[in-house]
Design a binder for this molecule. Sequence first.
Ligand SMILES: CC(C)(COP(=O)(O)OP(=O)(O)OC[C@H]1O[C@@H](n2cnc3c(N)ncnc32)[C@H](O)[C@@H]1OP(=O)(O)O)[C@@H](O)C(=O)NCCC(=O)NCCS
Length: 296
Amino acid sequence: MRHKITGFHLDRENHWVADLECGHRQHMRHDPPWTVRPWVLTEEGRRSRVGVELDCKRCDETGRAVAEAVREALKNAADTAYEEGGLSGLCAEGRWELALDALGATDLLPVIRRALTPERGDVAIETPRLILRPILPEDAGTVQRLAGDREVAANAAGIPHPFEDGMAEAWLASLDARSHVFTLCLPESGEVIGVAGLVEDAQGGSRTAELSYWLGRAYWGQGLGTEAAQALVRYGFERLGLESLRANCFSRNPGSRRVLEKAGFRHVGHEARALRHLGQDEDLEFFVLERSARSR
Ligand SMILES: CC(C)(COP(=O)(O)OP(=O)(O)OC[C@H]1O[C@@H](n2cnc3c(N)ncnc32)[C@H](O)[C@@H]1OP(=O)(O)O)[C@@H](O)C(=O)NCCC(=O)NCCS
């Protein structure tokens, strides 16, 4: 799959890496006599390559992985249906409806999501002080530890308290292809300090998503929440091609409100006693950011 180069950056070993419009990256080493790319060493050379198309190996691999996972899931569904129906196969019985019902009932979103989950973190988003990498099942323990802090849970409607064993695993397993959820990591140590994400849905045919975020208490007040929210706004519009984003926060959460304002969101409403969280009635503030508003 061919994608345009949008820019370049240096990796930690000082090798040049091309950023592609699909969100993947590809090393562009100048390593004579094996690989000769003297142009990558000058700013002018790199600039001249912006817009040039490359074969994105990651996209090809991902496409194959998704196709293979879907094929496997459908084959398993058909096999199970035949086994349960006591049939030997399509030709023998001519019972297409059994196969079609089984295929139609197969939920492919989790299958695709798993195939897309980059174990290698290859769709990570970098900001000046954070790396946002797709969340993985093995993050469950850290999520439980950080979100288990009552102060964190008390401010975020989606976080239960107490945060019991198994809750993080269940939440992670519920994420599907419409959930673009990232851990917020410190670049040097890789330490996970919070979670932020966009969950897509369609409203009146227009593609939109809800933004949410939380940080471990030790990391509040350093501008990191704003940095993560701004990165996800860019990701939502530029990579996912969404038309709008939505978000809400408790009325008594000025930090979150300010994060949304700094990310460009517009306040669109207030609902008194909108929900009950940790035994308390909460008022909510609603926010929207349209893609068209960003280019104005
Ligand atoms: C809300 C949260 C993500 C904010 O992240 P953060 O990194 O602490 O926020 P930032 O440092 O980027 O600050 C953003 C702005 O909010 C302001 N702010 C932060 N905390 C504030 C507070 N308690 N009261 C008033 N303003 C506050 C900051 O001053 C800054 O505004 P400024 O640049 O105009 O000065 C973080 O506090 C958090 O995870 N809280 C618990 C979970 C939560 O509330 N999640 C959101 C649910 S909707």
